[in-house]
Design a protein around this ligand. Structure first.
Ligand SMILES: Cc1cc2nc3c(=O)[nH]c(=O)nc-3n(C[C@H](O)[C@H](O)[C@H](O)COP(=O)(O)OP(=O)(O)OC[C@H]3O[C@@H](n4cnc5c(N)ncnc54)[C@H](O)[C@@H]3O)c2cc1C
Length: 523
């Protein structure tokens, strides 16, 4: 209690109905005392929108994880702890410290300092996925008191590990183990989270965002982390029931439900996601065929030989392939029954999973005039063309590159958080992609861009009987790219050599054997 504040006992807890309020006069001020369960909150009784002293007559309860009271006049909601209006964050009610002692409700005579007046700035985050939350975590570590944080997430849940959707589909892990930030995590840190609510517009002049549910949130800094969306098939029948994409938890729920009654699945796309989806569905007992437009699987990450090893390994698990094949149409009476290919053949299917690539979600950024190309354009500090707006994750394009893996996003998050905390000297200079397939029993690693290695020399080892294949690309004594199949023990070391562009001339002869023991490498 501050020096001047005095406690007033105003009524008993039983005088206030649960979910309702009473008005009290505290040192000449009308205060609304609102009860939720055994807790009581004290706020200004005057509704700022109507000017009437009516807040004590509002209904109180839980709204998307926040305790709120609604104005009986125009129905705006106010957070009971902060007093902040959910529909317009520029507006707030003053709050008073209060509590219950021996069944009696007390209120302090001096209101709390309002959130906006604490000198904290407002950070609004659009997107509640992996890049957004890594940035928020880094920011809280770096500067916990700089911002009042509000997050909007289109998905109706807290943040989870999207990477683990593949093992989740295959039944190799449970829903609980993929949760990264449960709802409680946000509330414990005073973060306002709006789940299941997309931001639909950004007003850059007034520095505020508006959500689909009509919530208006003002910002001093805005972080865009809207991720990617799956590339949609543009063929007849693409929207038939039984056609799925593989991006979020709802997609996995839908696939698992459908798989329970299905026998045959067609996966369109032979990239990393398509292979993982196929493997998951196979584990659920379905006959699975992968249709891929190119003549080899994972054509972006693998050379032809490694792709051959991978294909053989997937076939031995009962997965069939139609390579160099284009989907012409999906057909069926009211639901998926057939996938027709461009060579005139058709595959019977009870479900179809489309994994034909991703595209950065830029529509919101474009609509408010931010410069976008394939992704939202950012500089080395992850700042967009508007200095108040930053962007991280799969939605961004940095130095011409977009990314579809998490490692680059972690680097972006670290740099972006440092700049949001205004302690930023670091720069993001781009990342070198490294992928690993998550199909149990298959060891596969690919790093660097072998397709762009140009005049690089390549060193190769292949043992078909043992199912081991390794190939490295070296240029000017620097490792450019690596593919490992069947034995990925040295993947971390190769990734590091590629990332740091270390001179490997001394290691060259034994480079394929992997990292030398510490004594030797030091010599
Ligand atoms: C099945 C699967 C397996 C994967 N496996 C791997 C792997 O093994 N290794 C690897 O490195 N990467 C993997 N990835 C990729 C990795 O998951 C992504 O790189 C990462 O999740 C991208 O993070 P992000 O925050 O940019 O986007 P997301 O995680 O997609 O988050 C963006 C969020 O923003 C929300 N959003 C969008 N627009 C709005 C809006 N207007 N208002 C509010 N919210 C909005 C979206 O709903 C979404 O929840 C995999 C991806 C999938 C789908």
């Amino acid at each position: 209690m501050s020096a001047q504040a005095r406690r007033h006992f105003v009524c008993t807890l039983d005088d206030i109905l649960d979910g309702a309020g009473v008005a009290a006069l505290v040192d000449g001020e009308q205060v609304a005392l609102v009860r939720v369960g055994e807790e009581v909150f004290a706020l200004e009784n005057r509704d700022p929108f109507s000017g009437a002293n009516v807040m004590a007559r509002g209904l109180a309860g839980d709204l998307q994880g926040q305790l709120v009271v609604s104005s009986p006049v125009y129905k705006q909601h106010f957070n009971l702890r902060s007093g902040r209006c959910l529909e317009d964050e520029a507006v707030g009610l003053r709050t008073w410290p209060c509590g219950v002692l021996d069944g009696r409700v007390w209120v302090e005579s001096v209101p709390q300092v309002a959130a906006g007046a604490r000198g904290r700035r407002r950070l609004v985050v659009i997107g509640n996925g992996m890049a957004a939350m890594r940035t928020v975590e880094e920011l809280l570590n770096e500067a916990p008191d700089v911002y009042d944080i509000t997050i909007f997430g289109a998905e109706p849940r807290g943040n989870y590990n999207r990477i683990l959707l593949s093992p989740l589909l295959a039944g190799e892990t449970g829903r609980e183990s993929i949760v990264l930030h449960p709802l409680q995590w946000y509330s414990e840190r005073g973060i306002t989270l709006h789940v299941g609510d997309s931001v639909v517009s950004i007003d850059r002049r007034q520095k505020r965002v508006i959500s689909a549910a009509g919530i208006v949130a003002g910002y001093d800094r805005l972080l865009l982390a809207t991720g990617s969306e799956p590339v949609r098939l543009k063929v007849k029948g693409h929207d038939l029931p039984g056609v799925f994409y593989f991006r979020n938890l709802d997609d996995v729920d839908g696939m698992q439900l459908q798989a329970a009654d299905a026998r045959r699945a067609v996966v369109i796309g032979g990239g990393l996601l398509g292979l993982e989806a196929a493997s998951g569905l196979r584990k659920l007992g379905l006959d699975v065929t992968i249709v891929h437009i190119r003549d080899r699987v994972m054509d972006k990450q693998l050379d032809a030989e490694a792709a051959g090893y991978l294909r053989a390994s997937m076939e031995s698990r009962g997965i069939a392939f139609r390579l160099a094949a284009r989907t012409e149409a999906i057909t069926g009476e009211g639901r998926v029954q057939m996938v027709r290919l461009d060579d005139g053949s058709a595959l019977a299917a009870d479900m179809v999973v489309v994994a034909a690539g991703i595209t950065p979600r830029t529509e919101l950024a474009r609509s408010c005039g931010l410069h976008c190309d394939r992704g939202i354009l950012v500089d080395d500090t992850l700042q967009t063309y508007d200095p108040a707006i930053y962007a991280v994750g799969e939605c961004v394009q940095h130095r011409g590159a977009t990314y579809g893996l998490v490692a680059p996003l972690w680097e972006q998050a670290r740099v972006c958080a440092a700049h949001l905390a205004e302690r930023g000297v670091s720069r993001y200079r781009g990342s070198s992609p490294a992928s690993q397939l998550k199909v149990s029993g298959i060891e596969l690693f690919s790093a660097g861009e072998h397709g762009k290695a140009g005049a690089a020399e390549s060193i190769r080892y292949a043992d078909r009987a043992a199912g081991v294949y390794k190939r490295l690309w070296v240029k000017d004594n620097r490792l450019q790219a690596a593919i490992l199949f069947g034995d990925t023990r040295n993947s971390g070391w190769y990734a590091e050599l590629i990332e740091n562009q270390r001179d490997v001339s001394a290691l060259r002869e034994a480079l394929l054997l992997g990292e030398p023991p510490a004594a030797e490498s030091a010599a």
